[in-house]
Design a protein around this ligand. Structure first.
Ligand SMILES: *Cc1c(COP(=O)(O)O)cnc(C)c1O
Length: 482
């Protein structure tokens, strides 16, 4: 059996076959993976092969059994959670990097695009003064930012927490609507998940400044070291944007690190109709955004931005290692080969050494459609949420549960004859998803079960908002009748 996978010269043919399979997949004329489960499971569930079958067999099985039974996430009707499929530009760039620059370090065009795309991204999102580093997702991006916050807070009192650990209780202030990766991050950072103090929100899901202020004053009286205030630029639940300006002022007043979690909502700043909600963002000490959410990157691309990257180096350096630094010699003063230097040491600004080139993906996304194209997409998605809100406000069988801030709309079906509306909407939602055409997720808004479409995908089309509402009305009526 020839080992074509390690040979050269076959990529064009093989990629074109896989590309054909993917084009077919993206027509979404196939059934859901579980509908056809019996067939593919039987085909794929074979014992560990002692002998290889070769790249042709792998390619064929990929096209015939694996790809057609993939995820509903890239389906244009999928609006669950905050996730979507990669655009074509992102797919091409990620594939190119996979072959031509497996690592982000060394002086290559890919390494150059790592920094250039971070600059573009920061400028596009109104934080042009901050420096960035990529990581795998919002979870790690928050971890890196809060690692910076921990470093800053303890260095103020003469302690290096990265080297010596922490010796006292700290507090992180975040709204009760914050993403739970905040708690996990600070757990990993060794200050304990309970160090996060949940600050109450108002009726619109935004952090209450009065509650934030009194929490800080109370903790200070107990000698607790404040580590960070975390604000949301688009909560995961409803898309609410915290009052950033007011929070920035509190942070400044008490000299506390100001972190903004914009994993989902940071690109919302491109919509000039709502960009005033982002005032104060420029005062942040750290900000994160997930290009793999609203910008259409392949999953695995997030960015942390920070005022001072050296702080991240102190927080996360893996310390020089012979097997790494020993291989380059920048002190020789002549850089004439891509292997003469690592370039910017991103591996010291976070928790990953080996990491794919993500900059080329973000570069491709922005280069393809420009800021103008991104703005158009973001506005269109925000309009889709507004369209649903408008219908929900005006239809007797619908209820809008919270005014949309961005591209998420929380609403439900109502019927005065029905007592348990949570149960009705839960059943309605299960049926909706099974029809395989419009697939929102659900959440709870002030305790009430809500249908929660979130539009971030490049393949989402405006009519889908109206069509979802029609499907909800049709299924709601059917369930209420029975
Ligand atoms: C999605 C999200 C995260 C987590 O990001 P992942 O990329 O899924 O790890 C963190 N914060 C917010 C506000 C999010 O919406």
């Amino acid at each position: 059996m020839s080992d074509k996978g390690a040979e050269t010269g076959h990529l064009q043919e093989l990629l074109s076959r896989v590309g054909e399979g993917l084009d077919e997949y993206l027509k979404f004329e196939h059934q859901d993976a579980l509908h056809t489960d019996k067939n593919w499971r039987q085909q794929l569930d074979v014992p560990l092969p002692e002998k290889g079958e070769g790249i042709d067999a792998v390619t064929r099985e990929l096209i015939e059994q694996v790809i057609p039974n993939g995820s509903a996430i890239p389906n244009p009707g999928f609006s669950s959670f905050i996730t979507t499929g990669a655009t074509t530009a992102a797919t091409l760039a990620a594939t190119a990097a996979n072959i031509a620059s497996p690592q982000r370090y060394m002086l290559t065009a890919f390494n150059f695009l790592e920094e250039l795309s971070l600059k573009w991204l920061a400028e596009m999102c109104g934080i042009g003064k901050l420096k960035g580093v990529y990581s795998s997702g919002g979870s790690v991006a928050n971890l890196i930012a809060l690692g910076g916050a921990r470093q800053y807070a303890f260095e103020q009192i003469g302690i290096d927490p990265a080297a010596d650990g922490v010796d006292r209780p700290v507090r992180i202030y975040a709204s009760e609507e914050c993403h739970h990766t905040i708690q996990r991050s600070v757990g990993v950072l060794g200050v304990g998940r309970r160090a996060v103090r949940a600050i109450a929100c108002d009726q619109t899901g935004r952090m209450l400044i009065s509650a934030l202020r009194s929490a800080i004053i109370e903790d200070k009286a107990h000698g607790i070291l404040p580590m960070a205030i975390v604000a949301n630029a688009g909560t995961t639940n409803t898309g609410a944007i915290d009052p950033l300006q007011a929070i920035a002022e509190v942070a400044q007043e008490h000299k506390i690190w100001f972190h903004v979690d914009g994993a989902y909502g940071l690109p919302g700043i491109l919509d000039e109709r709502i960009s005033h909600h982002y005032e104060g963002l420029e005062k942040a000490d750290s900000v994160i955004v997930d290009p793999h959410k609203w910008l259409g990157a392949s999953v695995g691309v997030a960015a942390t931005f920070i005022r001072d990257r050296e702080l991240l180096q102190r927080a996360f350096t893996q310390e020089p290692a012979d097997y790494l630094e020993g291989s380059v010699d920048p002190s020789a003063g002549v850089i004439e080969h891509s292997m003469d230097d690592f370039g910017i040491p991103y591996f010291d600004y976070g928790v990953e050494l080996s990491a794919p080139c993500r900059g080329v993906v973000v570069w491709a996304l922005i280069k393809e459609i420009g800021v103008e194209g991104m703005r158009h997409r973001v506005k269109q998605h925000n309009d889709m949420a507004k369209t649903i809100a408008e219908r929900a406000r005006n239809h007797p069988n619908l209820e809008l549960l919270i005014e949309p801030s961005l591209s998420i709309c929380c609403f439900r079906y109502v019927d005065s004859q029905i007592d348990d509306l949570d149960q009705l909407n839960q059943r309605l939602h299960r049926q909706l998803v099974r029809e395989n055409t419009y697939m929102p997720s659900t959440t709870r808004v002030k305790g009430t079960l809500a249908l929660r479409p979130c539009y971030i995908g490049a393949r989402h089309q405006p009519p889908q908002a109206e069509e979802l509402v029609e499907a909800v009305l049709r299924i709601g009526r059917e369930i209420a009748r029975n």
